[in-house]
Structure formats: structure tokens, C-alpha cells
Design a protein around this ligand. Sequence first.
Ligand code: NDP
Length: 444
Amino acid sequence: MSYVDEILASVKTKNAGEPEFIQAVTEVLESIRPVVDAHEEEYRAAALLERMVEPDRIITFRVPWQDDEGKWHMQRGYRVQFNNAIGPYKGGLRFHPSVYPGILKFLGFEQVFKNSLTTLPIGGAKGGSDFDPHGKSDAEVMRFCQSFMTELYKYIGENIDVPAGDIGVGGREVGYLYGQYKRITNSYESILTGKGMSFGGSLIRPEATGYGLIYCTNEILKMNGQSLEGKTCVVSGAGNVATYAIEKLQQLGAKPVTCCDSTGWIYDPDGIDVDTLIEVKQVMRARLTEYKKRRPNAEYHEGKGVWTVKCDYAFPCATQNELDVEDAKALIANGCKGVFEGANMPTTLEATKYIQEQGLLFTPGKASNAGGVAVSALEMSQNAERLSWTREEVDKMLLRIMTDIAHTISDAAEKYGQKGNYVVGANIAGFEKVADAMLSQGVY
Ligand code: NDP
């Protein structure tokens, strides 16, 4: 049995109840086969793959919090510190009822390779809780965040682990978490990114993942003789990533016509109105039915459906496994020529394979959504310098990083005889640097 197959079999046995983690590991290991085969003896001797698929540690803690009626609730909190071979652990916190170790292990594992692709010195981690911020008051969210940080603060630090936001964790939550860290430690350290502009946040951080996705896409399209100009795009999600992807698509001359949240979706034939979307989702924290009320020309539908809309390009920006093979078939039947992931692993393995076989362009999230963590690392640099860079400076760096990522993944794919296969390119390029650092640092 090959080294890759041995490790895959062992991961499947040891993590049997964690399908998302198995899916993420399978995708990466399958695509790095040529590199592993070329270095099998060296990698086996250092137990490299065994160590790479096992988190450095998983921290689990209880998070009691009180609602506005005085009733106590108990949530689970986690931090999965996956790999710090190339820098301090870095990765978001997710507050969503579906959070369990398997989801955080998949996200932490992906984060290791994504962070490597940014070329910045950051390792990979992920954390969060099964807490659901939907329908909670600001005071409830604050009490939850304070309780969560009261435990988490023991395990993070500016040279140890620097969390950020993810699903359910935006500027409000980062603010409450940061306040509590400071209160406990009496120290103004850069232990979180995505902070508010008045207390050490970086300009462009809120927009970075969505903008970065479109910068990367634009470069990939250029390499393939295509462009965004005048193209119709479908986007899923209505949160941080989706909103700023939509905004940047419009700035580059495309027309994004859909978005969705966890209950329904919008088709707006005039193009999604970003101000209305921000008002509804970020200010009112309401459902997309409110978008429809403000934009009478738009259609609102319950359930899932953005992938059935005719488009040139598709951008899944909501959550994992939101685009399956049936969705891929619908997209292709409607003329879609490319799928560019904004979320983490939004496309199932089967759908990814199908999309690639049908000759569409496809970029994996670990490359195309790396702009968020890249600007988070730039936020850490600004905090270390005690300086704030201008919007233009940060945006320029983001553009350069995402353009470089597009070329890096393209070159790596070509080097291993798989021109245009950006999944292979991203996994190989991300893997090589982490592998090199781990081999240099000895077995532990
Ligand atoms: P947000 O919480 O800001 O937004 C997520 C959006 O997706 C919300 O509109 C949410 O609906 C919707 N959504 C969640 N689950 C589902 C579902 N099952 N079906 C349909 N819609 C759903 O999160 P982000 O925008 O930050 O994150 C989106 C994705 O991007 C995640 O995969 C995340 O890991 C990834 N990512 C985020 C980065 C960042 O910087 N924020 C960086 C890199 C990746 P509702 O409004 O109802 O909650």
C-alpha cells in the first residue's frame, strides 16, 4: 500500500465520526500524491504525514452563560491548534450550532495549507462553539463572549495563537472577546484580529476575504483568456465573505444577482444592492425577506436555490458542502464556466471532481479565500509596529498576495503535469512549505 493510502486508511479509522475532516484530508492527500511518491523514504522516516493529519492539540472547555431572563445555559468551547511549523497558530472562531470537533479539525487542517499559501509566517488553527448567536440580544452575546474568553485566554497569545472571526463571529463578537482578554490580563496584546478600527483593527480586514476572492478569480480568469466584465455571477451567503465579494464583483464590472442565508435566497435581476444587504444582515441582523421588502423587483425564495440561476461564474460563500453534484449539473446546464470558492470546502468532493471533468475553472477555498487571513496577518504586523497602514496600502498588499497565490497554484499544478488543476496546485504549494519546516524542526 502506498504511504498516502496507508495514512488515508488510518485517518478514516481514527476519525470515523468526523466526515468533514476525512473529506478535507482526502482531498489534500489525494492531490499531493506525486510529491509524496517522490519523497516517500524521507517522509516515512520522519512520520511526516502521520504528524500532519494529527492536530498539535485540541482544547475543549465548558462555557456557561446567562440569558436575559436569568436562565443559565451551557455551551462547549474549542480551540484546535493544528500546526505551528511556519508561525503562531492562526485561524478563526466559529459560533454555530453545528460546531463539533470534526468541523473544527477540517477547518484547522485546511487553514494550515491556506496560511502557507499566503507566504506569511502563520500556522493553522480553528476554534469556536456550538453557541448560536441568531436571535440573541447584544447583552447575551456579550456575556457568552466574556465567558468563552475567560477560558480561551489561557491558551492564546500574540506569539502563540491569534484567533479571528468566522461564521457567527464578526466585529461585535471580536470586540467583546478582546475586551474580556484585556480585562483579565491587563495587557493590550494583538491576540485577536478583525478588531474594530478604534482599537487596533486593520483597514480592509472586513472586506479582505471577499475582495481577495475576486482578486484571485480575476487573475485566474486573465490567465485563461476570460474576464469578469459584463458577466452574470451567482453568489451564496449573505455574510462577511459574500457581501464583499459581491461589492468587488460590481467594482470590476460583473453583475452578481443572488445571495442567500440559512433560510432562503434572493434573485435580484438588477444586481444585488450591497447597501441594502449590509443594512439587512449587518445592521438589522434580519432575514433576507427584509431585502425583498426594500427591493420590490427582487425575488425571495425559501430554502436553497442560487445554483439554479443562469450565470457565467459561481461563488459559493456560505458554508461547507453547500454545492453538491446536482447543483454542479444545474450550474453547467445553465452555462456556468467557473466556480470559485469563497467559503471553506463549500463544494463536495464529488461535485469538485465533476466540475473539473467538465472543463470548468475551479479554485479551492484554501487559495481563493486566503485574503482574510492574509490581512489578519497584516493586522498583526501593524499592531507589532504600533502603526496603522492606509486603506490603499493594505488593499495593494492584498491584491499582490492574491495575484501571487493565483500564479503559485497555477505554476505548482503545471510543474506536476496537471495544468489548470488549481486544487492540486493549491494543495501541493501549501504542503511543500509546511513539510519543509516540519522536516527541519525534527520529529515531535
Ligand atoms: P458569516 O457568518 O458572516 O456569514 C455566513 C453566511 O452564510 C450567512 O449569511 C449565513 O446565513 C449563511 N449560511 C450559513 N450556513 C448556511 C447554510 N447551511 N445554508 C445557507 N446559508 C448558510 O460568515 P463568513 O461570511 O465569515 O463565512 C462564510 C464562509 O467563508 C465560511 O465557510 C467561513 O469559514 C469562510 N471564510 C471566512 C473568512 C472570513 O474572513 N470571515 C475567511 C476565510 C473563509 P444566516 O445569515 O442565516 O446566518
